[in-house]
Write a protein that binds this ligand. Structure first.
Ligand SMILES: Cc1ncc(C[n+]2csc(CCOP(=O)(O)OP(=O)(O)O)c2C)c(N)n1
Ligand SMILES: [Mg+2]
Length: 346
């Protein structure tokens, strides 16, 4: 499901479709969140679709990914069902985590998504844990950690790099350098220009890739995946950009609208890929229109599915916590009431 064959016209069209779906998912969440339909906090990833799709397009169904607080695009690219992913954001029972997780906790073991991680940096050690399992079982799958540029300043990410490098684990670290960590510019937080240089400290290859080119990301990740299976980890730095604020509602005093427009107009991963495919004769304007209509329909259906689904049952908070639930947990059941949601209080 997730692997894309970029040597074929169908494969390239599938890469475009998946980027369009990731974009449509985020545009939909943006609108539904603004209308107050989605509780909590959302961090959107418009502009970063080529990284998600390029990376996941190299992966088999058996491979795992771990992600960050900005995980929607990664989840869609890994093949998660938009209905269940959106329902999770809506805190509905039909969501991937039965509505108990929300945007920053979407996970699906069946589809190789080990989870979004709101703790900055936590995606890296989680992927290392999966890599230990793969090595122990002599398996033929890999784990891929998506990590933000800001997260590379966190200690646990370096422990993860070091552990994976020293043990030669089948892991790929994909650092999405979108130039900002919350409101802090990259050069205010780091004393190096390229985060890929960090790889040298751990004796592993560091690769820089244009994160706005789905094919470039795919190529470098495919090599890193092979290397992961044979030798050990690679650190890939994908240079990219996020169009929306750090979170929805962020006033963004730290950057200019001109900077955002510059990336949108000249470095948009979808627009540039559409132009390339039109030039190559792989896509027609009609074909593009069809793909856009298709993803719009998928997301309209996802919204309907999420709206119609039942809200998560509060007492379900006690489920799925323990393998063998202690007796006194039962005493707590029934104590949580379903109330009219007041999302403004969160
Ligand atoms: C351990 C920890 N510290 C701080 C935060 C607050 N926080 C959430 S996202 C974020 C910035 C992350 O930046 P980056 O890694 O570049 O990811 P991006 O938001 O750009 O995708 C911070 C500091 C957190 N969630 N966890
Ligand atoms: Mg960042």
């Amino acid at each position: 499901m997730t692997e894309i064959d970029f040597t074929t016209a169908d494969g390239k069209a599938e890469a475009l479709r998946r980027m369009l779906l990731a974009r449509e998912f985020e545009d939909t969440v943006q609108d539904r969140f603004a209308d107050g339909e989605i509780p909590g906090f959302v961090h959107l990833s418009q502009g970063q679709e080529a990284v998600a799709v390029g990376v996941c397009g190299t992966l088999t169904d058996d491979d795992y990914i771990t992600s960050t607080h900005r995980a929607h695009g990664h989840s869609i690219a890994k093949g998660l069902d938009p209905n269940r992913a959106l329902a999770e954001l809506y805190a509905k029972e039909t969501g991937y985590c039965e509505g108990k997780g929300g945007s920053m906790h979407v996970a699906s073991l069946d589809e190789g998504m080990l989870g979004a991680q709101p703790i900055v940096g936590a995606s890296a050690p989680l992927a290392v844990g999966a890599g230990i399992t793969a090595q122990y079982e002599d398996a033929d799958w890999v784990s891929v950690a998506f990590v933000g540029d800001g997260a590379t300043a966190a200690g646990q990410v370096h422990e993860a790099f070091n552990f994976a490098a020293t043990w030669g684990l089948p892991v790929v670290f994909v650092v999405e350098n979108n130039l900002y960590s919350e409101g802090m510019r990259f050069d205010e937080q780091h004393n190096i220009e390229d985060l890929a240089d960090m790889a040298a400290s751990y004796g592993i290859p560091g690769e820089i890739v244009d994160g706005q080119s789905v094919e470039a990301v795919h190529e470098v990740t495919a090599e890193a995946r092979e290397r992961a299976l044979e030798e050990g980890p690679t650190l890939i730095e994908a240079k990219t950009y996020r169009y929306r604020g750090h979170f929805e509602g962020d006033q963004q005093p730290y950057r200019t609208s001109e900077e955002i427009a510059e990336w949108q107009e000249h470095r948009d991963p979808i627009r540039n890929y559409v132009d390339a495919l039109l030039d190559e004769g792989i896509l027609t304007e009609d074909g593009y229109e069809t793909l856009r209509n298709e993803v719009e329909t998928v997301m309209e259906e996802a919204v309907a599915f999420a709206r119609e689904s039942e809200e998560a049952e509060p007492n379900a908070a006690y489920d799925d916590v323990f393998v063998d639930a202690p007796a006194d947990i039962e005493a707590h059941r029934g104590r949580l009431a379903r109330e009219e949601p007041n999302w403004g209080a969160y």
